[in-house]
Design a protein around this ligand. Structure first.
Ligand SMILES: Nc1ncnc2c1ncn2[C@@H]1O[C@H](COP(=O)(O)OP(=O)(O)OP(=O)(O)O)[C@@H](O)[C@H]1O
Length: 307
């Protein structure tokens, strides 16, 4: 029997468990379209992403795949066109200007690739860390030094950025980002301008913030040293999450990495481009359900309609 209108209304009003439940970061079907001079660029095309509280995650992807756009949305700098973006239960599409300011000051900390962009050149390292606390009206004596010490740059407290190496500047930048005890740290290519040894020190500082302060850390990176040492690496392709690499220790204590394709809630997945190229798959594939896997074959040769 068909349901009546009132039954359908009753069904629709039953609250469904939200996607992602209590995940720290929830992106559901996130879309960001840029319009410039009448041309539309779809930078995020229905991206789904869940990150749990306390995770240390790397995001990787080719240039133009949408990584910075995603980070700008999560940092509260940019507002997506559609979909859901929630951090720590706060809805990033529906925030008032006042909430957005508080979010940027207190909930999230940000580290940019360009070392010079993270610090004010005329303040010492310690003053740089104290500044966000003062702006939030929360200055606490000694906290700046504690943070600089934790990240291994306590000796630089009295120096200006120009007197510090690139790696030291980035570690001070992490202290600045941590100043107001944020729940989440976002870092866009934080080791992009550094050599591998210095880059390892900066990554260690981020890991320390994650392990010792319990902060969720999301790093956009091209640096294998970073992406191969986090617990989870998320690959983005064409504005969607396409793959995930999970790392765990096996019984002998060796680090094992397993790569997965991401299956979204309606069943879409992206086949790796090199797999598709190898079998010349285009447009159509044949699927077959087996007892423990699904087979994917190139389409059969199509009959030619040309005479
Ligand atoms: N402000 C903007 N106006 C118009 N198009 C934009 C803007 N910002 C980004 N885009 C476009 O959106 C797409 C995604 O860009 P995004 O910067 O997020 O990629 P990315 O993965 O961070 O790249 P990269 O690794 O080079 O930084 C690209 O096609 C880019 O040209």
């Amino acid at each position: 029997m068909n349901p009546t209108l009132s039954e359908l209304e009753a069904q629709a009003s039953v609250e469904r468990a939200a996607f992602g439940g209590d995940a720290h970061i929830v992106c559901d079907n996130l879309v960001r379209i840029y319009k410039t001079e009448g041309v539309e660029v779809v930078a995020l095309q229905g991206l789904d992403l869940l990150i749990q509280r306390g995770e240390l995650v790397a995001i990787v992807g080719a240039s133009g795949s949408g990584k910075s756009t995603l980070l700008n949305v999560l940092s509260g700098l940019d507002v997506p066109t559609a979909g859901v973006a929630r951090v720590a239960g706060m809805d990033l599409l529906a925030m008032t200007a006042k909430d957005r300011l508080r979010y940027r000051r207190e909930v999230v900390g940000f580290i940019w690739q360009q070392t010079a962009r993270n610090l004010l050149p005329y303040l010492t390292a310690r003053e740089n860390v104290e500044l966000p606390m003062k702006l939030a009206g929360k200055a606490r004596r000694g906290r700046a030094l504690e943070l600089l010490d934790l990240l291994g740059v306590g000796h630089s407290a009295g120096h200006g950025p120009a007197e510090l190496s690139g790696g030291e500047q980035q570690r001070v930048a992490i202290a600045v980002a941590l100043a107001n005890s944020p729940q989440l740290i976002l870092a866009d290519e934080p080791t992009g301008e550094l050599d591998s040894e210095t880059s390892a020190q900066v990554f260690d500082a981020l890991r320390k913030a994650n392990r010792e302060l319990g902060v969720t850390v999301v790093i956009v990176t091209h640096d294998p040293l970073v992406s191969e040492q986090v617990d989870r690496t998320i690959g983005i392709r064409d504005g969607r999450t396409s793959s995930e690499t999970l790392r765990r220790e096996d019984a002998e204590g060796r680090l094992v990495a397993e790569e997965y394709a991401v299956l979204d809630r309606v069943g879409r997945l992206q086949l790796p481009r090199d797999f598709m190229n190898a079998l010349e798959m285009e447009r159509r594939v044949r699927l077959e359900l087996e007892s423990d896997h699904i087979g994917v074959w190139p389409a059969r040769e199509e009959p030619s309609h040309e005479q």
